[in-house]
Design a protein around this ligand. Structure first.
Ligand code: MTE
Ligand code: MO
Length: 281
């Protein structure tokens, strides 16, 4: 089972790969800092220009002035907006086949054609939750995001994989099911009436994962339907799995059946078996 897989090797990217990786990170950083960029970075870029900015010395692959802005913003908001931290992104050419690991909740009869994603909206106390069902086509119709990130398992292996799917935050922008009021919001500024937690379960409810809303809204948290340029296979979680690269593999639930926005910290399969509930950031 492991002979075809490769762990992320010690590897020096080619100049082209390094440029692609820096560009990917800039795109992701831009996305997560939109509100701040409006304030500070646009000012810096306006005065000196982007050419100046990206020609500055690099720290962790990010031009130093941008790094400083990011750090400043981190200090400003780290208490609440965890989505300011990003996992590194890699050149697509560095993606490898990933092993299959964990099949809890993937057994039994399953017809991917008949699959629906069931989403339970955040309900005001004492009212019945609003539930809505989504077809695969509805999810595919939402903005597609691709990212090449490192997948890490607590067992000690990791693999760089290219994923594609819809950001959970983009899903919620279109279908605002995470707020009591039913209003959409800026993922960088979740309002007080947003659900604090999200619960994801397989259709048979055998595997289940809990996330804080900040992790769910992170710009690298995807409802994923493609792996390394191909539709997800059943053993990797077709038709829809979670990918959130700041966390370990145990959180990246395959074959999502239900997503529920809830008040209390939800049960989590591996947390119930002694692992850290957060399993990352
Ligand atoms: N439904 C389900 N999802 C799951 C698991 C599982 O057992 N069942 N195992 C998790 C673990 S521990 C890992 S490392 C990854 C592995 O994903 P992969 O098989 O695509 O490599 O899936 C995660 N998601
Ligand atoms: Mo894992």
């Amino acid at each position: 089972m492991t002979d075809e897989t490769q762990s992320a090797p010690e590897y020096t990217p080619t100049p082209a790969e390094a440029a692609e990786e820096a560009a990917a990170l800039r795109t992701a950083a831009h996305r997560s800092r939109r509100s701040f960029i409006g304030l500070g970075l646009a000012g810096a870029a306006g005065v000196f220009g982007w050419g100046w900015l990206i020609s500055r010395p690099q720290e962790q692959g990010i031009p130093r002035p941008l790094r400083q802005v990011l750090e400043f913003n981190d200090n400003l908001t780290s208490a609440y907006y965890r989505n300011t931290r990003l996992a590194p992104e890699f050149a697509r050419s560095r993606a490898r086949k990933i092993r299959t690991n964990g099949d809890v909740g993937l057994g039994g009869e399953f017809d991917p054609m008949a699959w629906r994603l069931r989403v339970q909206g955040f309900a005001p106390a004492g009212t019945a939750p609003r539930a809505q069902e989504f077809t695969f086509a509805q999810l595919r119709a939402l903005p597609r995001t691709e990212m090449t990130t490192e997948f890490k398992c607590v067992e000690g292996w990791s693999t760089i994989v290219t994923w594609a799917g819809v950001r959970l935050s983009d899903f919620l922008a279109k279908y605002p099911l995470a707020t009591r009021s039913g209003r959409a919001f800026d993922p960088n500024h979740p309002p007080a009436d947003a659900a604090p937690f999200v619960s994801l379960t397989t259709p048979d409810q055998e595997y289940y994962v809990g996330l804080e809303i900040e992790s769910a809204l992170h710009p690298q948290t995807l409802l994923c339907y493609e792996m390394n340029g191909e539709p997800l296979s059943l053993e990797h979680g077709a038709p829809l799995r979670l990918v959130t690269p700041l966390k370990y593999g145990i959180k990246q639930i395959k074959r999502i059946g239900t997503i529920a926005f809830v008040e209390k910290r939800p049960a989590d399969y591996w947390a119930a078996r002694g692992y850290d509930w957060h399993a990352g950031h």
